[in-house]
Design a protein around this ligand. Sequence first.
Ligand SMILES: *Cc1c(COP(=O)(O)O)cnc(C)c1O
Length: 236
Amino acid sequence: MESDADDSLARRVHQILDRIRCAAERAGRLPEMVRLVAATKTVPAERIREGLGVGLSLLGENRMQEALSKGALLRDLSPRWHFIGQLQRRKVRDAVGTFELIHSVDSVELAQEINRRAGDAGIQQAVLLEVNIADEASKAGFSTQGLMQALGLLGDLPHLRIHGLMTIPPPTEQPEDARPYFRDLRELGARIAAQRISSVVMQEYSMGMSHDFEVAIEEGATLVRVGTAIFGARHG
Ligand SMILES: *Cc1c(COP(=O)(O)O)cnc(C)c1O
């Protein structure tokens, strides 16, 4: 017997997928160019399992330990995992190869460590570079200028494949207020692409969360990270 909770999860997932499609169409973009990453921090594995049964396929986790234990519990469904949280250098060895994409490379040192561990594992790790787009003192990520300066170095790391950019803009009252930040990230990506560094491809823009993902899609997001709008408010 299905509970009300199951029904409402299915309904929410379908609503979000609909809203993604509509936002893409409004912007004259192909809906399949925008993928939903379900942000699953604090969500129990059984709840994620329900989500995978009603249309989710791509999961984003913030903490290594939580990701590894849920990964083990959900292995039979072989979901695709992305890492979206701050990655500590001592956790890099576990992260490399475990995640299809690491969204949150926020320093040259972290990039070098991922490169080293990926080299040890004989693989290339796909990553996004996290940008602190509004230059907030408290926030992780490259500054725009810092990233432009680091590009040469980053582009020389043979076991890293840089697929694009990620940002978490400052909290805003209205979703619309986040638009300039999303636009800035896209423009930064275009500037980087213009440098034609062979190992750096600007095809993914990870931006937009529950509050503002439609605006992000209108500004070119290819990956939206949505948690509370799918699973409800987080406790703890
Ligand atoms: C939790 C989280 C999200 C999802 O946030 P919601 O507001 O719950 O949609 C997106 N990105 C990152 C990096 C997160 O940590």
